[in-house]
Design a binder for this molecule. Structure first.
Ligand code: NAD
Length: 389
């Protein structure tokens, strides 16, 4: 019989082990891979959340995390988000993400990224990587030297290049769907739209909105950037703090996350919040419900900004910009489905999109129980890479 006396340090250790597995079980992750190559300073974690719909695709983030737990938490949260984003976008992809612990300004080397690429390769296509915060095209080229399971590489290497134009196009279609719901007319002609941020996504988006006759108000923390864009699209420049309170039809967040929060929520004077930024709601449950209570239509961020993922995913079939745009145009129908579901079921829109994404995963998962001679993942990845071999 085993002794029941447990040394306190052992008990503590067991407790922390238990927390990691309970995290994986709570959010239903399939696998995490710890990648270590001390000779090149590589400390990376790959998280595969769900591969029911296909191989897990998601970017690699490089960040100087304060500790390992912070890095694990981040990769678990981000990889789960990718499962929902791919599922609701109708892609045959699962959710995954990777983080490299390090400072992107000082710690990047060819060896580090090639070592990381070998770990990605060792997963045989269960995880496909791309760029995320702190990673640029050069880094992905190094990863690509060691594995074919990488997207977001430059056009010169057969990749899709900058995803912002397709992201912006998807946001534009999502805004039109919101207009259809709010005004029974999806034109933005004559609509007053406040756009936060004058960066990549915003620039392409503002051009599309201006071409259709929208009246634009733009803010950015960099005066030169915002003035240049405002000149180009004939917009009014607004101070970054005043943009929340503008009396407009649509507020389009295209800068940072967390901008619908306890401090800003009472200032919004619009019918619709729909933009390209990630994690717009500071607290999904609280602020999603509060927007609904105020009668403001909120387009869930991971649905409306999925054009970037749709763009890199189309690299897997051999990149074709027209096809990527065509797929991104479906964001219109997806957003409308979510808004209708929310109205019928009296649920905040982010809850509705989670429910609809889970429904697709469960339904497709059910048909995967039917035996097919085609191996699910190797066949799928093999097919996707047909053009790249
Ligand atoms: P970007 O860095 O090119 O642009 C962001 C802009 O926001 C910058 O000009 C910055 O100065 C400005 N900004 C920062 N804080 C601000 C503030 N408080 N007020 C006003 N402006 C502020 O980034 P991007 O690629 O255009 O991405 C914008 C958002 O869209 C991000 O949240 C990103 O995660 C998300 N997103 C981007 C893509 C893509 O394809 N680029 C895809 C999906 C989601």
């Amino acid at each position: 019989m085993q002794s029941t006396t447990v040394d306190k340090s052992t008990a503590k250790k067991k407790d922390s082990d238990f927390k990691l597995f309970s995290q994986l079980q709570t959010y239903e992750h399939e696998q995490i891979v710890i990648c270590s190559e001390p000779s090149v300073g590589l400390k990376a974690i790959i998280a595969i959340h769900n591969t029911t719909l296909g191989p897990a695709l998601g970017g690699t983030r490089m960040w100087p995390y304060n500790n390992e737990e912070e890095a694990i938490r981040d990769v678990l949260r981000l990889s789960r988000g990718m499962t929902y984003k791919a599922a609701i976008s109708g892609l045959n992809l699962g959710g995954g993400k990777a983080v490299i612990i390090g400072d992107p300004r000082t710690d990047k080397t060819e060896e580090l990224f090639r070592a990381f690429g070998r770990f990605v390769d060792s997963l045989g296509g269960r995880y496909i990587t791309a760029e995320d915060v702190g990673i640029d095209v050069q880094d992905m080229e190094w990863v690509n030297s060691e594995t074919k399971y990488v997207t977001g590489i430059p056009k010169s290497l057969g990749g899709s290049g900058d995803p912002s134009p397709v992201t912006a196009y998807g946001v534009y279609m999502g805004i039109k769907a919101c207009c259809k719901k709010a005004y029974d007319n999806d034109s933005v002609n004559g609509r007053k739209i406040a756009v936060q941020g004058a960066g990549h996504v915003s620039s392409y988006l503002c051009k599309l909105l201006a071409e259709e006759g929208a009246e634009l108000y733009i803010s950015d923390i960099y005066e030169d950037k915002v003035e240049e864009l405002a000149d180009e699209v004939n917009a009014t420049v607004v101070d970054p703090d005043s943009i929340y309170g503008l009396d407009v039809d649509i507020f389009s967040p295209c800068a940072l996350g967390g901008i619908v929060n306890d401090d800003t929520i009472d200032h919004f004077n619009c019918d619709i919040i729909a933009g390209g930024a990630n994690n717009v709601l500071d607290r999904e449950d609280k602020h999603g419900q509060e927007l609904m209570d105020r009668g403001i239509i909120y387009a869930p961020d991971y649905v409306i900004n999925a054009g970037g993922l749709i763009n890199v995913a189309s690299e897997l079939e051999g990149y074709n910009p027209e096809r990527a745009h065509q797929k991104a145009s479906k964001i219109y129908d997806t957003i409308l489905d979510i808004l209708n579901y929310s109205e019928e079921n009296d649920t905040p829109t982010f809850v509705s999109s989670n429910i609809l994404a889970e429904k697709r995963i469960n339904n497709v998962g059910r048909i995967h129980r039917i035996y097919s001679s085609k191996s699910e993942f190797s066949g799928h990845v093999g097919e996707m890479y047909r053009g790249k071999q």
